[in-house]
Design a protein around this ligand. Structure first.
Ligand SMILES: Nc1ncnc2c1ncn2[C@@H]1O[C@H](COP(=O)(O)OP(=O)(O)OP(=O)(O)O)[C@@H](O)[C@H]1O
Length: 582
């Protein structure tokens, strides 16, 4: 193993240590396997000697020994295989969970710098390869040299000159193993990352099915997928060539040694310096001596491949986190909260132009603050800062007088409910999604939340009511229905601050009225920040902030801003015209 492999393997040790009893069991099955192999060679010699000397009276004993060997072999192989598979599955499971717990704690910015397809490939394809490194290849790498060593001792006892000839093949195989292993590891890393790229394209295709169909992107996306898929196959063919060469050379050395040993041991039997039984045992033992070496290149290659997968999983595990461990979210104080934003400036990247500059405002408990302004003005960015997604801003954000930096992020976020533009529902039933708002909610509370969200009637009309499966990302529901379920979920969460991001932007009029009514109920008794493009929906806001190019260029009530006849009035009039012409 090269340095990289060594350090990867060292990192796997704690995961393996958890199953030390199983490894203890595997060590025993390995020793039993070696012992049984040697016993088998001894048994062969005994049978041959008895046959040549026509000692038929020994057959009863030989059959009993044979049965004993068979029983022990069956038990050994069953236990060995069971332990290897179960340890492999458990280690992969532990790594999967460690990686997932890490991904869930990634800071927003880090998560968004990764493609979900690449992450998925690491959590599935790469994870799958690791089990072999920790069990099958590892145990074989220990067992095979040990078996070769024991066979060599046994062979030396039978005929030391022959034993030395067989052993001389070992170094050749070792050099081959190291050489092929190195090449295979490089190619497998290439294959794994190509697979990740193809999963990335696959995911883009699956997630944009409607858009890709509408835009006729099938040929373009198929070409992109085809290109990646072809790259994978060409790397795999390269890998197959290396495996083939390793196997071919292994077989050559294997048979060559076998033939030399057969011819020489036969010659020694003919000249009377070796018994026929010993010759049989010798050929069998020689197999045990040479076989491990012939297996070495392939085993080494497989191990390197598995460690390559482990490297990619550890890259996921090494990502940054925004808090230390995953625990149940704290429940925020339900009383209406105040929020103050003072001189907040922010740029996504160092030295880049600021997206927000010296933004300040105050939301009193229970107030509704609307944020409006042209596209790209920084509205969504402001929400992201409020939710603590980018802690590296300048200025101060406070809730009830306490700063964002003064408390754990989980606690900070427990004060917020968020209804985004694109509602996300999780796979599962409507009820499951509602319970994400409050795990403890009773059936009566769920029903009440659905009523408040104008969702009760349509949910009742569904064949399975609240138990209806919403489909992947809620695709079995209409846009408005999804949003009303999301609002019911937010009602159940009952957080004191509500962030609404153009929740009605994509809806038709009827749906919008229903959603708007639901939102108005949700906003009651809560401090609300709402991003709105349809300015008609925010006329009753306590304060309207006009955010343009990262600056608050106007603030006031709807009437005040209309009277000022500035930016807001311009936006409002344009909006009204658009509505009329629509
Ligand atoms: N992750 C990001 N990395 C770099 N720049 C970003 C990122 N997200 C947004 N921006 C940039 O920040 C600016 C403000 O974007 P933001 O989404 O906050 O605007 P917005 O006012 O919400 O726009 P819209 O009304 O169109 O949703 C834009 O110029 C955008 O390109």
């Amino acid at each position: 193993m090269k340095n990289k492999g060594n350090s990867t393997f060292r990192r796997l040790l704690p995961y393996m240590g958890k199953y030390k009893w199983s490894y203890g069991g595997l060590s025993l099955t390995m020793l039993a396997d070696i012992g049984l192999n040697l016993t088998f060679a001894w048994f062969l010699a005994k049978v041959l000697d008895a046959a040549v000397s026509a000692q038929t009276d020994q057959w009863r004993e030989l059959i009993l020994i044979g049965i004993g060997i068979l029983i022990l072999m069956t038990i050994t192989y069953f236990t060995d295989s069971f332990l290897k598979h179960s340890v492999s599955a458990n280690i992969r499971n532990d790594l999967r969970q460690t990686a997932m717990s890490r991904v869930l704690r990634y800071p927003y910015a880090h998560f968004h710098s990764k493609h979900s397809g690449d992450l998925m490939s690491r959590m599935t394809n790469d994870n799958q390869t690791i089990g072999g490194a920790c069990t099958f290849y590892l145990m074989d790498l220990i067992k095979n040299p040990l078996l070769a060593f024991c066979s060599f001792i046994y062979l030396s006892i039978l005929h030391w000159q022959l034993a030395l000839i067989c052993l001389s093949m070992g170094p050749i195989m070792l050099v081959m193993g190291a050489l092929f292993g190195k090449i295979i590891r490089r190619i497998s890393l290439q294959i794994q990352s190509q697979k990740a790229e193809s999963t990335t394209i696959l995911q883009d295709i699956l997630q944009s099915f409607m858009v890709l169909k509408t835009f006729g992107l099938e040929p373009k996306l198929f070409r992109r997928y085809q290109e990646k898929s072809d790259q994978i196959v060409s790397s795999e063919v390269k890998e197959a060539k290396i495996h083939g060469m390793a196997n071919g050379l292994s077989a050559l050395v294997n048979f060559l040694t076998f033939m030399i040993a057969m011819l020489m041991s036969g010659y020694f039997v003919a000249t009377g310096s070796l018994e026929i039984g010993a010759m049989g045992a010798f050929i069998q033992l020689m197999n045990f001596l040479v076989h491990p070496f012939t297996q070495l290149p392939n085993m080494w290659a497989n191990l390197q491949q598995a460690l390559g997968g482990a490297d990619r999983v550890f890259e996921v595990i090494d990502g940054p986190t925004e808090f230390n461990d995953i625990k149940e979210a704290p429940v925020a104080d339900k009383k209406p909260s105040t929020m103050s934003v003072q001189d907040v400036s922010f740029a996504y990247e160092k030295n880049a132009a600021p997206i927000l500059e010296k933004v300040s405002f105050q939301a009193e408990a229970g107030q509704t603050i609307a944020v409006v302004g042209p596209s790209g003005g920084g509205k969504s960015t402001l929400f992201k800062l409020l939710l603590g997604f980018y802690p590296q801003f300048q200025g101060k954000i406070q809730l009830n007088g306490e700063g964002l930096e003064d408390q754990p992020l989980e606690e900070w976020r427990s004060y917020f409910s968020y209804v985004p533009q694109e509602t996300y529902l999780f796979s599962g039933s409507i009820k499951d999604n509602l319970l994400d708002g409050n795990e403890q909610a009773t059936d009566a509370e769920l029903e009440e939340a659905l009523k408040q969200a104008n969702a009760y009637e349509f949910v009742q009309a569904l064949p399975e009511g609240i138990h209806t499966n919403v489909g992947e990302k809620g695709t079995r529901l209409s846009g408005g229905q999804k949003q009303r379920i999301a609002i019911a979920r937010a009602i159940l969460r009952d957080a004191p601050i509500l962030l609404l991001d153009e929740a009605t932007a994509a809806l038709d009029n009827e749906s919008e009225v229903l959603v708007q009514q639901a939102l108005t109920r949700l906003m009651k008794q809560r401090t609300t920040l709402v991003i709105a493009h349809r300015l008609t929906t925010i006329q009753h806001a306590d304060v309207i902030l006009v955010l343009e190019s990262g600056h608050i260029v106007e603030r006031g009530t709807h009437e005040e801003l209309l009277n000022r006849n500035g930016k807001y009035a311009e936006l409002y009039n344009r909006n009204a015209e658009e509505l009329i012409s629509a």
